[in-house]
Design a protein around this ligand. Structure first.
Ligand code: PMP
Length: 285
């Protein structure tokens, strides 16, 4: 993964894949002072590219650092990375972080802020679960309260909970984990938002302590186009039993049907398939 051909954009320069390294005293490695984006290009076009670059800037700002490149510069850099690597359908990862410098304590004002952008081919995030419906475990870790961390930021630190939950899920043969929030309401999966269907209406957790994903917002738009009622609200765990369909949304996950969460089963129904196909058509439009 680090020993391969390719080119990565780092701090304004194109660097050989093997040389795209950071120093061991990088602040972000010790204190999670890092924010990132995950996006996909379809036929060379990055879906909602500018919104991702703007979110990267906003995430950095909420962690009290400024990315030393404008949104326009990030947009150009992403295109440069796709072109340099000859990619048209690809996953794009931008990451900004506090680098190594004179400050090695918690404070890090004097260390440079770094930015890198890499891209590679990445097929279905959940493999063949995309067709059959993914199996989800129920995570023991909860999304934290909004006053404990900037939950609107796509910040590396918030992902320690996700990685632990996803590893536990995979150890049980599941594709992912569904997490509850600090109050016990249904929140999201470890890298994707969640939707449910009951009697023709859609229910999705209100994003008041987790990322309001760009794919989530896109899919809500698609549902509204079809006059499907979308209820954004707090969802209790005991409601899972009454839902008929379920899917996940994310830039990497796209629209992935869910077949099972813990002991609850869902059908890959018509609305789920419609959303998956409509999203696929939209990103390539
Ligand atoms: N929640 C989490 C924890 C995520 O990592 C992601 C993926 N970025 C999402 C939700 C979905 O966000 P988006 O649709 O903007 O990719």
């Amino acid at each position: 993964y680090d020993d391969r051909d390719g080119t990565i954009w780092m701090d304004g320069r194109m660097v050989d894949w093997r040389d795209a390294n950071v120093h061991i005293l990088t602040h972000a490695l010790h204190y999670a002072s890092s924010v990132f984006e995950g996006e996909r290009a379809y036929g060379g076009n990055i879906f909602l590219s500018r919104k991702h670059s703007e979110r990267l800037h906003a995430s950095a700002k909420s962690m009290d650092f400024e990315i030393p490149f404008t949104v326009d510069e990030i947009e150009a850099a992403k295109q440069q990375v796709l072109a340099a690597n000859g990619l048209s359908d690809a996953y794009i990862r931008a990451v900004a972080w506090r680098g190594a410098g004179p400050d090695m304590g918690v404070a890090s004002q004097r260390n440079p802020v770094r930015l890198a952008i890499a891209a590679w081919e990445w097929g279905s995030y959940y493999g063949d679960a995309k067709m059959k419906g993914a199996r989800l475990d129920i995570a023991k870790w909860k999304r934290p309260a909004p006053e404990t961390a900037p939950y609107t930021a796509k910040a590396a630190g918030l992902y320690m909970i996700c990685t632990m939950s996803k590893h536990a899920a995979e150890a049980k043969g599941c594709s992912d984990a569904m997490m509850f929030d600090y109050r016990g309401y249904v929140a999201e999966a470890t890298g994707a938002n969640i939707f449910f269907v009951k009697d023709g209406e859609v229910h999705t957790p209100k994003p008041d302590c987790f990322l309001n994903g760009l794919t989530r917002q896109t899919v809500i738009g698609l549902l509204q186009d079809r006059q499907v009622k979308v209820n954004e609200r707090h969802i209790m765990p005991e409601e899972l039993e009454g839902f008929q369909q379920c899917w996940l949304t994310g830039s990497a996950a796209e629209v992935t049907p869910v077949g099972q969460i813990g002991d609850y089963n869902f059908e890959v129904g018509a609305l789920t398939r419609d959303m998956s196909q409509a999203y696929e058509a939209l990103v390539r439009a």
